[in-house]
Design a protein around this ligand. Structure first.
Ligand code: NAD
Length: 325
């Protein structure tokens, strides 16, 4: 039982409904990717700009005849009642010249508006946060919702991990799903590549290089990580926003939840008792299923990785304090 003292997922009246709050680039693209996935029969879009949500819903509805039946509509907060998951993609991006803390203040105000309205009507569902800064807003959602922290999930570094695997995949000529490698910590500048646990075919990268004769020197490693870490900046410079890959990541998390898969994904959740990190929302490999984050895994890291993760946690803790102040 969570701290609201109410609801378990099997008490949901719409156990397959997904509600998306924020029907902008990210929210609408999540709805589109979800429509294509066939994972859910009901998608409701909610936005303070209701006409935008209506326009997106109308456009999406016209795609449905090409896929499995899905009911899609622009709704209000009453429609989140009984939903399995409420995705929150409401709020803005960093404007030119705006600091991260200013963005945090702006989007935290959005969350103070959205989260209580969602939880009041849907105390038995899960929250899936995509808005940036995603880790701090996941923490804000835990606080504002008073749900059990395991039921509040941030998309976290699922996208960074995908980018990292894609670059390693290209370097070694092995399909990305066969590359096991994680980005942990903040979804942002202080994120950490866990090189020591990266494997291909059960071999650590050094063993894989010895076995195949391929090399991955320090310079290439640095370049791969830098391209991973800076990817969003490069995309935003060119097209103003990112939304396809994050939507694919959100739908991957939704699949793990709705199909009760117990998949290991790097998502953001409240982390405690891990290398001195306590009470901070950040990404680690987690087992995700119908109950939310069923378990946060605590993989053994190497010295430099531990220090980098502790620095990332310190950055996030400071932002959490700014939020609490
Ligand atoms: P957008 O401006 O296109 O859409 C934001 C939407 O939120 C708008 O439709 C707006 O009307 C709505 N909104 C604002 N305040 C609201 C409120 N109080 N209630 C309901 N709706 C409200 O922005 P976007 O490009 O879709 O980005 C949304 C967020 O997702 C940003 O914070 C962005 O940084 C983040 N993002 C996260 C990731 C990730 O990996 N987690 C990746 C890309 C973008």
């Amino acid at each position: 039982m969570d701290r609201t003292g109410r609801g378990k997922y099997w008490a949901m009246s719409h156990p397959h409904r997904v509600a998306i709050v924020g029907a902008g680039h990210v929210g609408a693209t999540c709805a589109y990717a979800l429509l294509l996935s066939g994972l859910t029969p009901e998608i409701v879009l909610i936005d303070k700009n209701h006409r935008r949500a209506e326009g997106e819903a109308m456009d999406l509805i016209h795609a449905v005849p090409f896929y499995d039946p899905v009911r899609i509509w622009a709704g209000g907060y009453d429609d989140v009642a009984g939903a399995a998951v409420v995705v929150i993609a409401a709020g803005g991006n960093q404007a030119p010249g705006e600091t991260r803390l200013q963005l945090l203040a702006r989007n935290a105000a959005v969350f103070r508006d959205v989260v209580p309205r969602v939880v009041q009507r849907n105390p038995g569902g899960l929250l899936l946060v995509a808005t940036n800064p995603v880790d701090v807003l996941t923490y804000a959602s835990v606080r504002l919702s008073e749900l059990s922290p395991s039921r509040v999930i941030g998309s976290g570094t699922i996208l960074d991990t995908a980018r990292f695997r894609a670059l390693l995949s290209r370097h070694f000529g092995v399909e990305a799903r066969s590359v096991h490698a994680y980005i942990v910590g903040e979804h942002g500048d202080s994120e950490v590549p866990v090189w020591s646990l990266a494997t291909i075919g059960g071999m650590h990268l050094a063993e894989y290089q010895a076995a195949t004769g391929q090399t991955l020197d320090g310079e290439v490693k640095a370049e791969i990580f830098e391209k991973t870490r800076r990817a969003a900046y490069h995309i935003i410079e060119r097209k103003g926003a990112t939304y396809y890959a994050v939507a694919a990541g959100v739908v991957r998390i939704l699949r793990a939840i709705l199909r009760d898969e117990s998949t290991v994904l790097t998502v953001s959740s409240l982390v405690s008792r891990y290398y001195g990190i306590d009470g901070v929302c950040l990404s680690l490999p987690c087992i995700v299923n119908r109950s939310g984050v069923a378990r946060v895994l605590h993989p053994p890291l190497e010295g430099g990785e531990i220090e980098a993760l502790q620095r990332s946690a310190a950055v996030l803790r400071e932002a959490q304090h700014a939020l609490d102040a």
